[in-house]
Design a binder for this molecule. Structure first.
Ligand code: AMP
Length: 471
């Protein structure tokens, strides 16, 4: 199957070429024909599967006919990063058309968005809070929308957006096509889907494991040795970009500072940063200014850096979903990736949950030559292969493990938080999954072939500090 078989107009195929896609991903193969037939679609797919192009290509195709200058496609996304990313995808794929997209999210000037809307746009990619602001101001007219996309619906629910979504839905014509994407299907999301979709076709890819190319490993360690272990591990891994997750904003800041002191090009990404600082960190990571990004779960939402080769969970995630979401940052599209998790003795229960979800045992490794200062890493598996017969439903194996290692306030935690800085988010831990190609136990990661052979994160001269503490 290639894109030419999908009945897309030549101008849209030119956009596909512009994006550098050659073969449709499974969700694109399944969803594009259905969307072109005007069907409502329920897509069970996570970030990293190519779902954005799966809805964007047929939407662009449809917008080629009909009036320009009216908002005809509305895409709602939970975070500004994701909204920005979808908007960029619309621009790339629609490059050879006259279709215009506007991104609407908080944390940046409203006036520029009003201007862009006045100039005319056919696609609006919006986060719920700012979109409601514009609706309240009368600066956006949704009465001509004939395609509505809800992206990452489960995450929107986690972030407390369902009431906002319902308010937005009231302003969109009932006669429309609706595309509904969610990585998981908790009851509330299923109810919302049933309510707003008409005779939907369901497409499902990689329910829990779209990222077949990620290998996983655990490094048992103590809290006090974590930083040293990371410093010892980094020079040994053959890598392009490393995304390190910490549980709290303060830990992200401190670890980035410590890595900076070790001579790495590193940025922190955490929820307290102004939007321009966040973009600077993400773009710097994308363009190679930074080799390492230290992030919290919430801040990392929507990051799309296709070159991420390693995800390192410096802190164990709080939920199984957070684990799969983090791991989904690597091994995207056709890339391969490795996911290393630092594991405290107290993390055993969470590891068991993750292994049950992945239906496998994750390798436990000891870093050769590392001074464990008397700590004896437990390399015994928690689960026998073949056991852990829980059904492959992420929602059913979710669990919550909150701990405090004394580094300050968590960036996460479900449900009860106030609005985040941009007025867009409250919280959420859902995300894409990771699983697949597992390698035999080995003392340390092997060099990967075919890549940027000398691309391990390099220490730079200490005279040119690049990391400046997050605002
Ligand atoms: P998404 O799941 O939409 O976030 O997409 C994940 C990544 O896959 C993005 O970096 C896309 O640019 C990339 N991608 C999407 N479709 C294709 C394709 N057909 N071939 C190669 N890469 C793709």
């Amino acid at each position: 199957m290639n894109f030419e078989h999908l009945s897309l107009e030549p101008r849209i195929l030119a956009g596909v070429q512009e994006a550098g896609y050659t073969t449709p991903t499974p969700i694109q193969e399944q969803a594009i024909p259905l969307v072109l037939q005007n069907r409502d679609v329920l897509g069970l797919a996570q970030t990293g599967t190519g779902k954005t192009a799966a809805f964007m290509l047929p939407i662009l195709n449809r917008l080629l006919t009909g009036r320009l200058g009216q908002v005809r496609a509305l895409i709602i996304a939970p975070t500004r990063e994701l909204a920005e990313q979808i908007h960029q995808t619309a621009q790339t794929l629609g490059k050879k058309t006259r279709i215009r997209s506007v991104a609407i999210y908080g944390g940046v000037s409203k006036e520029r968005q009003v201007w862009a809307l006045r100039r005319g746009a056919e696609i609006v990619v919006a986060c719920p809070g700012r979109l409601l602001d514009h609706l309240g101001d009368g600066s956006i007219d949704l009465s001509h929308v004939d395609v509505l996309v809800l992206d990452e619906a489960d995450r929107m629910m986690d972030m407390g957006f369902l009431p906002d979504i319902r308010r937005i839905l009231k302003q969109v014509p009932a006669q429309r096509q609706t595309l509904f994407f969610s990585a998981t299907m908790p009851d509330e999301i299923r109810a919302l889907a049933n309510e707003i979709l008409v005779d939907p076709a369901t497409v499902q890819v990689g329910m829990i494991a779209p990222v077949e190319t990620v290998s996983h490993a655990l490094y048992p360690i103590t809290e006090g040795l974590k930083s040293r272990l990371l410093f010892a591990l980094l020079p040994q891994i053959e890598t392009k970009r490393v995304l390190v997750f910490t549980r709290t904003k303060r830990r992200a800041r401190n670890l980035a500072r410590d890595l900076e002191a070790q001579g790495y090009n590193v940025a922190a990404l955490q929820g307290n940063m102004a939007q321009n600082r966040r973009l600077e960190a993400i773009n710097g990571f994308r363009n190679g200014t930074y080799d390492i990004l230290v992030a919290t779960d919430i801040a990392a939402r929507g990051i799309d850096v296709s070159e991420i080769s390693h995800v390192i969970n410096f802190d164990m995630p709080d939920t199984v979903d957070a684990y799969t979401h983090r791991i989904g940052r690597t091994g995207r599209a056709a890339q391969t990736g490795e996911a290393f998790t630092f594991m405290l003795p107290a993390d055993e229960a969470m590891v068991r949950d993750i292994e049950r979800l992945l239906r496998t045992r994750i390798d436990r490794r000891q870093l050769p030559g590392f001074d464990y200062a008397g700590f004896v890493p437990n390399l015994q598996p928690a689960l026998q292969p073949g056991r852990g017969s829980a059904p492959m439903r992420r929602a059913q194996v979710q669990s919550h493990h909150h701990r405090d290692h004394g580094y300050g306030q968590a960036d996460g935690g479900r449900g009860s938080h106030g609005q985040s800085q941009n007025g867009q988010g409250r919280n959420g831990q859902h995300g894409p999954g990771g699983n697949g190609a597992r390698r035999p136990a080995q003392p340390a990661p092997q060099a990967r072939t075919g890549g940027d052979a000398a691309a391990a994160p390099r220490r730079r001269s200490r005279r040119r500090p690049r990391y400046s503490p997050a605002s």
